[in-house]
Design a binder for this molecule. Structure first.
Ligand SMILES: *Cc1c(COP(=O)(O)O)cnc(C)c1O
Length: 367
């Protein structure tokens, strides 16, 4: 006899594949009994959170009994100033993951289709399937979004198109021209979501943000997060920038206290710490070129990245490489989950971490 869940749960949940997160440091310590582990698996900031954010959190211990501001008034005010837009353009979430869920809950039902690239951030599929929507995953071409094929995939049922730019797990971006052709003549009844979680790391002057289309009055949503360059992944906060109409729609499904008090205060402080952002960005750029050099010397192929991680081809079974790196205390992400069984995705770390990663990788590949 089928179990309770099988008999009673919404059918949609059986289509879901659970998210595979990067292995936590404590888990590796427990399992392998080793110390001094470095995690280069989840694109966290190796410098940690902004010192100003840490100080803000330390200073709020006496307020923890209070409910947070439901409207994130001060944070929205600061974002409004930063982007020179009215506060009604912003929506704040418990990480941009929550915003992806809210977008789905607002717009997707069983008859609707969603288009995204593959491999890309897995949450687009997850959030669509939860709502019973149809998924159209369009393969990358040369590790980049194939915007022509994505546009061809549009039907009368298409509701949302996700463009992850830079793309996770490849670090690649779409060009201005590709984006221009893509947006040209696109239906007004399709929401284009630009997931720009790695925006602050982009160094390519040819990069075009989705913000440009928002300014043109198009129906787009730009997602940014405090989890990556701001180093606040653990407190969970991200934001979306869109039209007041779309923001108001999404606000209908949002829980009143979705963004906690600590996260709001930390984000406000982090936004004001441009020094930490600059430092993190520079460290990442130096690390990127160091890793490029070393990988070139080892004769390994990689995808050029505009983010804080590198997708590289080890030429061997990625699970084996993963385990050999793990045994040396280095956690990375395997490419098999993205459809690339010899690839790994490695977060760019501090100088010392990058050196240790390269030394460990050499050992892993030689063994
Ligand atoms: C890390 C990441 C996010 C951020 O998620 P949060 O929920 O804000 O931590 C969003 N999109 C992509 C593509 C990411 O890699």
């Amino acid at each position: 006899m089928a179990g309770f869940v099988e008999r009673n749960a919404r059918r949609e949940i059986f289509a879901l594949t659970p998210y595979v997160p990067g292995k936590p440091i404590e888990e590796v310590e427990r399992e392998l009994g080793i110390k001094d582990i470095i995690k280069m698996a989840s694109n966290e900031n190796p410098l940690g959170a902004s010192p100003k954010a840490r100080e803000a959190i330390r200073g709020m211990l006496d307020d923890l009994h209070l409910y947070p501001d439901s409207n994130c008034y001060y944070l929205k005010g600061q974002l409004a100033e930063k982007y020179n837009l009215g506060e009604e353009h912003f929506i704040i979430g418990n990480g941009s993951d929550e915003l992806l869920r809210l977008i789905s809950e607002t717009f997707i039902s069983a008859r609707d289709e969603v288009i995204y690239a593959q491999p890309s951030f897995v949450e687009y599929e997850f959030m669509t399937k939860i709502m019973g929507g149809g998924c159209k995953a369009v393969d990358l071409k040369d590790f980049r979004h194939d915007l022509v094929a994505m546009k061809d995939a549009i039907t009368a049922s298409t509701k949302i198109i996700y463009i992850c730019n830079p793309n996770n797990p490849t670090g690649s971006i779409v060009t201005r021209q590709e984006l221009e052709s893509f947006m040209d003549g696109l239906s007004d009844d399709i929401l284009v979501v630009f997931d720009e979680a790695y925006y602050e790391y982009v160094d390519n002057p040819g990069f075009q943000s989705g913000m440009e289309y928002l300014e043109q009055g198009r129906n787009v949503m730009v997602l940014r997060t405090f989890s990556k360059i701001y180093g606040l992944a653990g407190v969970r906060i991200g934001y979306g920038i869109t039209s007041p109409d779309i923001a108001a729609g999404i606000n209908r499904v949002r829980e009143p206290f979705n963004v906690n008090l600590v996260a709001q205060k930390a984000a406000i402080a982090a936004l004001g710490d441009s020094e930490h952002v600059e430092k993190s960005r520079n460290l990442n750029l130096r690390g990127k070129y160091y890793l490029y050099d070393e990988l070139d010397r080892m004769g390994l192929k990689y995808v050029e990245t505009e983010a804080n991680f590198i997708f590289m081809d080890t030429g061997q079974d990625c699970q084996k490489v993963f385990r050999k790196l793990l045994a040396q205390g280095v956690i990375v992400r395997t490419g098999d989950i993205f459809g690339y069984p010899t690839f790994i995705r490695v977060t760019i770390g501090t100088e010392e971490q990058n050196q240790r990663f390269i030394a460990s990788l050499k050992r892993a590949l030689e063994e």
